[in-house]
Design a protein around this ligand. Structure first.
Ligand SMILES: [Zn+2]
Length: 232
C-alpha cells in the first residue's frame, strides 16, 4: 500500500536556503495528489511515486553539479542559476555538461515555488491551505502549480529570450483564467470575481428563513400557529 505523502506545511512559506533543501520540498510536494481544472477520465489525480520522486531529485542534483559545480551547495538558489541551466540544455553540449531539457521545467517550478513560498502569485492560495480544506471523502489534495509568464510570450519583444524575472508560480485555476491578460488586468478580473462570489454567498445567507413578526406571534404557544414552511 502507498504510504501517505508528507504534506506541505506553513514552514514552506520561508524559502529553503539551499538547492538540496528546495528540491527536497519540491519532490515531497509532487507526491501529494493535486487539484487540476481538467480531472483525468478516471477522476484520479495521483502524485509522483516515492521512487520516481527520489529518482527525479537525484537527476536534478546531478544536473546542478554538472552546471554549477560546487556552487549549488554553497550559494542560495537564484534566478541566475536558472539562466545557467537554461543555457546548457542544447543537445550540442556534451552530455557531461548538459542539463536535460526535460528537467528545465522542474528546475523552474522548484525555484519559483521555493522563492514564492508555495503560494499562488495571483490568488494567494497556499499548497498547505488547500491541503487542509474539506475534500469530501477524497484524499487531501494540494494546488496544482504551473509556471506562468507574467507578460505572455505573445506580447514579448523577443519571445525566445529566457527571462526568469517574467516567471511566477501560479495555480492552475489562475493560469487558465489569466490566459493572455496582463497581470494588472487579471488581478482586476480576480477581484471582480471574488466580489461577485462574496455577494452571492451573502445573498444566500440572507435568504435563509427569517420569521416575520406576524409569524413569530402566531407560532407562540398562545397563538397555536402552524410551523412556517422552510424556504430555501
Ligand atoms: Zn491562484
Amino acid at each position: 500500500m502507498r504510504s501517505r505523502p508528507v504534506a506541505p506545511g506553513p514552514t514552506w512559506a520561508v524559502p529553503a536556503p539551499s538547492w538540496a533543501d528546495a528540491l527536497d520540498r519540491y519532490t515531497k510536494f509532487l507526491q501529494v495528489p493535486s487539484w487540476r481544472a481538467s480531472v483525468r477520465r478516471t477522476g484520479q489525480e495521483m502524485g509522483l511515486s516515492p521512487t520516481d520522486a527520489k529518482r527525479l531529485r537525484d537527476q536534478m542534483l546531478a544536473a546542478l553539479g554538472r552546471v554549477l559545480g560546487d556552487r549549488f551547495q554553497t550559494t542560495k538558489p537564484s534566478s541566475g542559476h536558472l539562466v545557467e541551466l537554461w543555457a546548457r540544455r542544447a543537445r550540442s553540449i556534451p552530455r557531461s555538461e548538459r542539463c536535460p531539457s526535460r528537467l528545465q521545467v522542474h528546475f523552474q517550478r522548484a525555484f519559483l515555488l521555493n522563492a514564492g513560498g508555495y503560494t499562488c502569485a495571483y490568488c494567494g492560495r497556499t499548497a498547505w491551505g488547500v491541503y487542509e480544506e474539506k475534500c469530501h471523502g477524497e484524499l487531501p489534495r494540494t494546488l496544482r502549480f504551473e509556471v506562468d509568464h507574467r507578460t505572455t510570450r505573445g506580447r514579448l519583444e523577443d519571445p525566445s529570450r529566457f527571462d526568469p524575472k517574467n516567471l511566477v508560480a501560479a495555480c492552475r485555476s489562475c493560469n487558465v483564467v489569466k490566459g493572455e491578460m496582463s497581470p494588472k488586468r487579471f488581478l482586476a478580473e480576480l477581484e471582480s470575481l471574488g466580489n461577485a462570489v462574496g455577494q452571492r454567498r451573502n445573498q444566500r445567507r440572507s435568504n435563509t428563513y427569517q420569521p416575520t413578526p406576524g409569524q413569530v406571534r402566531r407560532s407562540s404557544p398562545s397563538g397555536g400557529a402552524r410551523k412556517p414552511k422552510r424556504r430555501r
